[in-house]
Design a protein around this ligand. Structure first.
Ligand code: PMP
Ligand code: GLN
Length: 382
C-alpha cells in the first residue's frame, strides 16, 4: 500500500476509471453498472426523500430494511434471523468488512483469505494491524488447493475471509471447499467472514451461503450489498448477518466509523429485497447474457478466457495475443483498442503476483451495445 516515497497509492479502480475518462475509452475496469436497476427501488428512494426520511436513521438500520433482510434470508436460504439483534446495516459491504475486521482482530492476529482478492481486503487488514495470509487461486478454474488451505489456517487465525462468488475471478466455491472452510474454522476456533455481495449474480447454480452449512451459523458473519443486486453502487447500502454477540461487537466499532448512513435509501432497498423471485431471476439472466456476449467477444479477439460462474467479472490471459505482462498490456490498451481493463496483479500480494502476470480482469456489468463495441475494438488489435 505504501509507495517507496511514503505516499499511499490510489486504489486501482480510481486509477483505471481516470485512465478511461482521460482517453475516452470504454471502461471495463471498475465494476459498476452503466444503467439503473429496478424502477420500484428508485421510486421508493424518491418517495422516502419526499416523505422526509432525511435525518439519521437508527444505528442498526431502519426497521423496514432489517425486517426485509430477515425475510430475504428466509425466502432464499431458509435461514431464521432475528432482525433486532442479528443484522447490522452498514455503509456498503466495505464498512461491514472494515468494522468486522477492526472489531475482531488485534495486531498480530492472522486473517486467511484467497488471492487474488478484492483490493480493499489488504487495505483493511493493514489498517487493523493484523497479518494477511493468502491461499492462491490458480488459472483457469481458480479453485483452492485443499492442502494449501489447510496449511494456511492455524491457531493464530482469527478470521477466515471468504468471497463467494469471487471478485476478481468470478469463481464460485464448490461444496468440498465450503465444507473444508467450516471444518478448519471449528478446528482453529476462527470466525468466518464471508463476503457474498454477488449472491444474486450467479449463472449456473443458485448461491449457497456458507452460514447455511451445519455448524457454520454460530461463527459466521455474512456480508452483502444492495449496490450489486440493484445497480445502486453509489448508495452504499450494505449489511451483515451474524450471531447477536458478534453484531454487538461490530456495532461498537461501526458507531465510530460512520455512525449511520443512507436514511432514505434504506427503505428503498427494503422494497427491492421484497421484489418477487421473477425480478431476481431477471437480474441474473440479464447479467448472464452480458457475460456471454463479452466472454464470446474476448474469445473471438483471441484471448484465453476463464468463463465466470458468478459476479460481474471475467479474467483473460493475454498471452495468445503476444503479451506476457498484463500491467503493460493494460497501460497500452486505451491506445491499442480504446478499452480499459484491470491487471489481476492489482489484486495480488507480492508473494504470488507472478502467478497472475499475464491475466486481465474485465467487467461485463455494462449495456450490451457497449460490450459488443468493446469486443469489436478488442478483435481489431493486431
Ligand atoms: N466486496 C467485493 C467482493 C466487491 O466486489 C465490492 C464492490 N466493489 C465490495 C465488497 C464493496 O461493496 P460496497 O460498494 O457495497 O461497499
Ligand atoms: N467492486 C468494484 C470492482 O471491483 C469497484 C470497487 C471500487 O471502486 N472500490 O471493480
Amino acid at each position: 500500500l505504501l509507495r517507496p516515497d511514503g505516499s499511499i497509492a490510489a486504489t486501482v479502480f480510481a486509477e483505471m476509471s481516470a485512465l478511461a475518462a482521460r482517453t475516452g475509452s470504454i471502461n471495463l475496469g471498475q465494476g459498476f453498472p452503466d444503467e439503473d436497476g429496478p424502477l420500484e427501488v428508485l421510486d421508493a428512494a424518491r418517495e422516502a426523500i419526499a416523505a422526509g426520511r432525511n435525518q439519521y436513521p437508527p444505528g442498526r438500520g431502519t426497521p423496514e430494511l432489517l425486517a426485509a433482510i430477515a425475510r430475504h434470508q428466509r425466502r432464499f436460504y431458509g435461514l431464521d434471523v432475528d432482525p433486532a439483534t442479528q443484522i447490522l446495516v452498514t455503509a456498503g459491504a466495505t464498512e461491514a468488512l472494515a468494522a468486522s475486521i477492526l472489531a475482531l482482530t488485534e495486531p498480530g492476529d492472522e486473517i486467511v483469505t484467497f488471492e487474488p482478492y478484492y483490493d480493499a481486503y489488504a487495505g483493511l487488514v493493514a489498517l487493523s494491524g493484523a497479518t494477511l495470509v493468502t491461499v492462491p487461486l490458480r488459472w483457469p478454474d481458480f479453485a483452492p488447493d485443499p492442502d494449501e488451505l489447510r496449511a494456511a489456517v492455524s491457531d493464530r487465525t482469527r478470521i477466515i475471509l471468504v468471497n463467494d462468488p469471487h471478485n476478481p475471478t468470478g469463481t464460485t466455491f464448490d461444496a468440498a471447499t465450503r465444507d473444508l472452510i467450516v471444518e478448519l474454522a471449528h478446528r482453529h476456533d476462527a470466525v468466518i467472514l464471508t463476503d457474498e455481495v454477488y449472491e444474486h449474480l450467479t449463472f449456473s447454480e443458485p448461491h449457497i451461503p456458507l452460514s447455511t452449512l451445519p455448524g457454520a451459523g454460530e461463527r459466521t458473519i455474512t456480508v452483502s450489498s444492495a449496490g450489486k443486486t440493484f445497480n445502486t453502487t453509489g448508495w452504499k447500502i450494505g449489511w451483515l448477518v451474524a450471531p447477536a454477540a458478534l453484531v454487538s461487537a461490530i456495532l461498537t466499532v461501526k458507531q465510530y466509523l460512520t455512525y449511520v448512513s443512507g436514511s432514505p435509501f434504506q427503505p428503498a432497498i427494503a422494497r427491492g429485497l421484497d421484489l418477487p423471485d421473477s425480478a431476481f431471476d431477471r437480474i441474473a439472466s440479464d447479467l448472464r447474457q452480458k457475460r456471454d456476449v463479452l466472454t464470446r467477444g474476448l474469445q473471438v479477439a483471441g484471448f484465453d478466457v476463464s468463463v465466470p460462474a458468478g459476479s460481474y467479472f471475467t479474467v483473460v490471459d493475454v498471452g495468445p495475443l503476444g503479451f506476457d505482462d498484463a500491467e503493460h498490456f493494460c497501460a497500452e490498451l486505451p491506445a491499442l483498442a480504446g478499452v480499459v481493463g484491470v491487471p489481476v496483479t492489482a489484486f495480488a500480494s507480492t508473494r504470488h503476483r507472478s502467478s497472475y502476470r499475464s491475466l486481465v480482469r474485465f467487467a461485463f456489468c455494462k449495456r450490451l451495445e457497449v460490450l459488443e463495441e468493446a469486443s469489436a475494438r478488442l478483435a481489431a488489435i493486431d
